[in-house]
Ligand binder design. Structure first.
Ligand code: COA
Length: 264
């Protein structure tokens, strides 16, 4: 296939590029640490939808920047236009990636906060830079887990380590992520995107029907419970966004001060 870009301009906050059977989504909002707005979730959800229908797309890569994968949800958006219905872009993206039938490869360098980590639970292969730092600080923000991470993180790491990651919100390194099976390999940051691309192209050259069926069978045991949990988390998350603990956490972040949870 020729080099096709179905992206808008190079300044788009989600760059979408298709080449050699691989759709690459690049989170491109470096000045805000690749935090993700509703518009960016919508762009990613739309891209996955189009990748699903486009026979020319045989694998997807999600990547950020060599210094940061994503600072998670845009906190200003959480304050001003919180996702309030199941059709909100963030939930549309999460349903899209968790039920995506073709292989998804992620390339992660630097911080991967919140959904920056939880979206990886739905990727098939994850390559990380040795500077990667994973964290799910939902409790620190007065929220609860999303992306079925309340189910998948304990399944992956065991309850004890999940409690450190989800209750304390403690970050963990690429080495820990590798040992726990969240990621496949650690390489120098400058090599991560190329490795993800190489692996995605390997996948794209394989028989699509076998890939799709194998992925479906591997995920089958968890598929309906993941969808159910994601919906339940989404309802709680949506409610908690409007509650005092989250309002205090977001306001504190915007005002660059420590949150005061003594009243919540
Ligand atoms: N939403 C909105 N803006 C964000 C953001 C987010 N999640 N994360 C970072 N930014 C913005 C900062 O407000 C700052 O903007 P400014 O230059 O206009 O002041 C800019 O990005 C740079 O962020 P800064 O915190 O100075 O960068 P850093 O290199 O010191 O730290 C992080 C990087 C990712 C560790 C830190 O930004 C962070 O912890 N972000 C919040 C993560 C979070 O809680 N996400 C929500 C998860 S659900």
């Amino acid at each position: 296939m020729s080099n096709t870009s179905i992206a808008s301009g190079q300044d788009a906050e989600i760059l979408t590029h298709v080449d050699a059977g691989v759709m690459t989504l690049t989170i491109n909002r470096l000045d805000k640490k690749n935090s993700i707005t509703a518009a960016m979730y919508a762009a990613m959800a739309d891209a996955l939808e189009s990748a699903h229908h486009d026979a020319a797309v045989r694998a997807v890569v999600i990547q950020g920047h060599e210094t940061i994968f994503s600072a998670g949800n845009d906190i200003g958006d959480f304050l001003n236009k919180p996702p309030s219905t199941p059709d909100s872009p963030v939930f549309r993206f999460l349903r899209g990636i968790s039920s995506f039938t073709k292989p998804v490869v992620a390339a992660v360098c630097g911080p991967a906060v919140g959904i920056g980590t939880t979206m990886l639970l739905h990727c098939d292969l994850v390559y990380a830079g040795d500077n990667a730092a994973f964290s799910m600080p939902f409790v620190n923000l007065g929220l609860c887990p999303e992306a079925a991470s309340s189910l998948l993180v304990p399944q992956l790491m065991g309850y004890a380590r999940a409690a450190e990651a989800l209750l304390l919100g403690e970050p963990f390194t690429a080495e820990t992520a590798l040992e726990m099976g969240l990621i496949n390999r650690i390489v120098p940051p400058a090599e991560v995107n190329a490795l993800a691309q190489q692996q995605a192209r390997k996948l794209a050259a394989k028989p699509m029907s076998s890939l799709i069926e194998t992925k479906r069978l591997m995920k089958k045991g968890n598929a309906s419970v993941v969808a159910e949990r994601m919906a339940e988390e989404g309802a709680s998350f949506g409610r908690m966004l409007a509650e005092p603990a989250a309002r205090e956490a977001f306001t504190a972040f915007m005002e660059k001060r420590k949150p005061d949870f003594s009243a919540v």
